[in-house]
Write a new protein. Structure first.
Length: 325
């Protein structure tokens, strides 16, 4: 019965659209509140609510991924992704039952925003993620790179990266460079690029540089790489889906993910738009937990687009939401 219901939910998530999202989410809540021990305990602590809509669903604090193994059902993980962190911080862990499921969803989301034709050349600059290991972002980009003419992942060899990008553009290649924000800033400060390309930044400063507002960051990239089209990525270890923003606009997520907001004074008062604590429904988290209260503060519009405004005061600074407005 469990296996049958799981496969039914996976098929529904794969075929999701705006009209079916709430129905699938409510069915997944019923499934996970019964078979996910950590989430079931959280629901019991809240009095075993019986939600009738998305706003009434209990959202599991994201810190649970640091303290427990968050799984729906009993199974061995294909992969265990770990968050980036300082040496003193506890790393969140996301146990992935089916890594092909994770990769397929990430690729579908990526393809909606970025080209992958033979003349497209992909570079990555992810030193902190590569060094710590077990990163969902590194796994995602390694898989996505298989659909590209992949130039490779760079650490600190900035001069070589600069030369390679300029050479590829001169040969008519369409270059995409994805990197962690602090590494891209280090690179472009020394080696500005006045060539057309796409730059995708993610992951914040990781304690390596002073924090910048989203506007300051946008201005920096425009100054150092004036012909680039800029994007930012919103994702985290605990999620299977991602959102992307073009230039200085709002993030928009894949069909499997929806943002809601909880009032800062009352985390159980959840709304479909406005400013507050970000609550995420990620239906691709069929095997972990799809309903997560993050530590990000967002401004959410009625069409589902959102801006990241900062983090809750008690939250550890980490990840791609360190850009304060």
């Amino acid at each position: 019965m469990f296996a049958h219901k799981r496969e039914e939910l996976r098929r529904a998530v794969k075929d999701i659209d705006a009209s079916s999202f709430e129905d699938v989410a409510m069915k997944l809540f019923s499934f996970q509140s019964k078979h996910n021990l950590v989430y079931r305990d959280w629901c019991k602590l809240l009095g075993d609510p019986a939600p009738q809509c998305l706003q009434e669903i209990p959202y599991l604090p994201i810190s649970a991924f640091k303290r427990a193994v968050v799984k729906t059902g009993m199974w061995d993980a294909d992969k265990v992704f770990k968050s980036s962190a300082t040496s003193s911080a506890v790393r969140s862990m996301h146990h992935i039952r089916d890594v092909d499921w994770y990769r397929s969803g990430a690729l579908d989301s990526w393809k909606k925003h970025f080209p992958s034709h033979p003349q497209c050349r992909l570079y990555t600059l992810l030193p902190s993620y590569m060094e710590q290991g077990d990163s969902s972002l590194v796994d995602m980009m390694t898989f996505i790179s298989e659909t590209y003419d992949y130039a490779g992942s760079y650490l600190y060899d900035h001069q070589e990266l600069h030369h390679a990008i300029r050479s590829d553009v001169a040969r008519g290649k369409e270059v995409i460079l994805l990197g962690v924000t602090f590494a891209l800033m280090d690179f472009l400060e020394r080696y500005p690029l006045d060539v057309p390309m796409r730059i995708i930044y993610t992951g914040g400063m990781k304690g390596r540089r002073s924090e910048l507002t989203a506007e300051e960051l946008f201005i920096f990239f425009q100054r150092q790489c004036p012909e680039a089209i800029l994007y930012s990525e919103y994702g985290m270890t605990e999620l299977s889906s991602q959102a992307y923003a073009k230039m200085s606009g709002r993030f928009y997520s894949s069909l499997s993910m929806k943002m809601l907001v909880a009032e800062l004074e009352d985390p159980f008062a959840v709304r479909l738009e406005g400013r507050g604590q970000a609550c995420v429904i990620d239906l691709a988290n069929v095997d972990s937990c799809a309903f997560i209260a993050t530590e990000d503060i967002i401004d959410l519009s009625a069409d589902g687009g959102f801006e990241v405004l900062g983090r809750l005061d008690h939250a550890e600074i980490r990840g791609c939401s360190q850009m304060y407005l």
